[in-house]
Design a protein around this ligand. Structure first.
Ligand code: AAL
Length: 424
């Protein structure tokens, strides 16, 4: 070996970088201009790149959606087994929990409202008339062997007696399995939603089996933040997973100004399902999204981020479950996605992803009969599935689909005004 080779060998052992690599890697300033090749390079080219192309290689798991395990389209199927009283607005099912499998059956829990009238707003609400779609609700559940045909099993969590947390409404639940027991976390309302916003701290009930019976803990497990803190007014959509040996419970808060709510997602962790939960010092950990839906993916956590915020319509990933990055941009994402997550509670370091779940459509029949329905979605966000139809980057919309998005009366009037101003 020559002295140069010996030095190179020592350099390689100490740094893991070969001399050849070192010598060939130009610094950012000395990188040359080169014409981008006709065939998309698999690896990031070593010449000057625009920011967009830098990002293509640095920010995403793959340089094309088709090769990106965290990219998918979503398809929807109307499920069987739920009656909605001819869609007159008196029965609503919404905000499903993640789906779990137990004793050869799938289980889902959800908000169930059965009231004499559709929602009437906070001012007109009373002991029997609901203010909102999720007022005066209970948590019900259903089972299925195929995820398309569901058997409604009835109530899981009833409203407790006044003044116990949730006496006005129990809604928007999600499930945890921890050390052989089951825990349903949910929003506990102590006044009609809409009276002072949507204030409903997180409560929990537990059972030995997904079929119950459920014992209410009757205490708030995740309180609102202190005055002036981002989550001062609401903790919504509690969503537990097991990660790094702990319970990772994600949640949404509505903050800012009533009517112009900003929605972001926070994280609270615990060693015990009944708490205490510690809110993460970096909260909020996801800047966008609405109902919170996440799943273990490889050695980290992936999140479905839709509807609200700068980063809506993205799928995000955080190796540490805290520092999320955009992994893909997609469309027609499920509302209140409640995926079937087989490894939600196994503390896996090799999360396999998701292929289907439940979700909801809200206000399906207009304002006068406002109610929501459950639906099924399918996707390919799984390491064990390769469905090219789901990886197709374009959704094919018909002209009718586009024309359904009509200009409003107000917009038409504005355009008419602009046009007549131009003519005068
Ligand atoms: C949903 C969820 C929570 C809110 C309300 C019912 O979209 O974010 O559950 O409280 O709306």
């Amino acid at each position: 070996m020559t002295t140069k080779n010996i030095l190179c060998f020592l350099f390689l052992v100490l740094t893991g970088v070969s001399c050849a690599d070192k010598i060939q890697t130009p610094s950012e300033e000395t990188k040359k201009n080169e014409v981008f090749p006709q065939k998309l390079p698999d690896q990031k080219p070593n010449f000057k790149l625009s920011r967009a192309i830098e990002r293509l290689y640095d920010a995403y798991p793959a340089n094309q959606p088709q090769k990106n395990e965290l990219f998918s389209q979503f398809k929807y199927t109307d499920v069987k087994g739920f009656d909605y009283n001819n869609h007159d607005g008196t029965i609503s099912r919404r905000d499903p929990s993640k789906v779990i499998r137990y004793d050869d059956k799938y289980y889902v829990w959800y908000t169930y409202r059965n009231t004499p009238t559709p929602p009437q707003g906070a001012a007109k609400s009373n002991d029997t008339i609901p203010s909102s779609d999720w007022d005066l609700a209970e948590i019900w559940y259903a089972t299925s062997t195929d995820g398309f045909n569901w058997d409604e099993q009835g109530v899981a969590i009833k409203r407790p007696e006044k003044p116990i947390v949730g006496w006005r409404s129990v809604t928007t639940t999600d499930i945890l399995e921890w050390k052989g027991k089951y825990y349903l976390y949910y929003q506990g309302f102590m006044e009609a939603s809409g009276k002072r916003g949507d204030d409903c701290p997180v409560a929990v009930s537990y059972a030995d089996s997904p079929d119950g019976p459920w014992t209410p803990y009757n205490k708030i497990v995740i309180p609102n933040g202190d005055e002036g803190e981002w989550d001062q007014f609401s903790i919504h959509d509690p969503y537990p997973l097991v990660h790094n040996g702990k319970i990772y419970l994600y949640y949404k808060s509505d903050f800012g100004e009533p009517g112009h709510w900003i929605r972001m997602q926070g994280l609270a962790t615990a060693d015990n399902p009944l708490g205490p939960f510690t809110k993460h010092p970096l909260n909020p950990v996801i800047s966008s999204g609405h109902e919170t839906s996440l799943f273990p993916f490889e050695d980290g956590i992936a999140a479905l981020v839709y509807k609200d915020g700068n980063e809506h319509n993205t799928i995000q990933f955080a190796k540490d479950g805290v520092n999320f990055e955009i992994a893909s941009i997609t469309e027609m994402m499920p509302y209140a996605a409640a995926p079937f997550v087989p490894d939600a509670f196994t503390d896996t370091k090799d999360g396999r992803g998701i292929t289907w779940g439940m979700a909801h459509f809200i206000g399906v029949n207009g304002w006068d009969t406002f109610h929501s329905i459950l639906t099924r979605f399918d996707c390919d966000l799984s390491k064990d599935l390769n469905d090219p139809e789901m990886k197709e980057p374009r959704v094919k919309y018909t002209p009718e689909d586009y024309f359904k998005r009509r200009l409003s009366k107000k917009q038409l009037e504005r355009i008419e005004k602009q046009n007549s101003a131009l003519q005068n």
